[in-house]
Design a protein around this ligand. Structure first.
Ligand SMILES: [Mg+2]
Length: 164
């Protein structure tokens, strides 16, 4: 990815198009600044090294542990039906549990990337750029079609002789 594309993604405009200095997106929920993914990678690497766990953390083993944690998160939501944004009907204990299982997932994902030697933050930016190409705003705005539907629609618009 070019440096200019990277900077454009990192300097994403969070305004909502209004003239408000504090736009809606900026006022919405956001994460803490720290720790970065690299800091999480580093903390977990030290945690594992201190326990002599590197020998167990092959990519496959870490992947299976990650999948198990996804199951633990899903179990909290199981049988609840649809859940509103912000989890307003969850108890504080359930919210804490959700955060713990999400953390298990993130820790294992970062550990997996480390053990696979995948630069996860860089890969994320590349994937977002790729998704932006697959889902251009003018075609994806307000609909949930898979990107392959756009190609089918475009093909349908093409004239029989191939001219567009
Ligand atoms: Mg867990």
């Amino acid at each position: 990815m070019s440096e200019s594309k990277k900077q454009k993604l990192l300097n994403v405009d969070t305004s909502d198009g209004t003239d408000s200095a504090n736009s809606k997106l900026k006022d919405e929920f956001r994460f803490s600044e720290d720790p970065s993914l690299e800091k999480i990678r580093e903390i977990q690497a030290v945690f594992c090294r201190e326990r002599n766990w590197d020998q167990f953390h092959t990519p496959r083993n870490v992947l299976l542990a990650l999948v198990g944690e996804v199951g633990e998160l899903a179990e909290i939501f199981q049988w609840k039906g649809e859940v509103d944004v912000g989890l307003p009907d969850f108890s504080q204990e359930e919210r804490d549990h959700v955060g713990q299982e999400m953390s298990d997932i993130l820790i294992y994902l970062v550990r997996l990337a480390d053990r696979c030697r995948i630069d996860l933050p860089s890969a994320v930016l590349q994937k977002i750029e790729h998704n932006a190409q697959k889902y251009p705003v003018n075609k994806a705005y307000g609909n949930n079609k898979k990107y392959t539907a756009y190609a089918a629609e475009d093909a349908g618009k093409a004239l029989p002789n191939g001219d567009q």
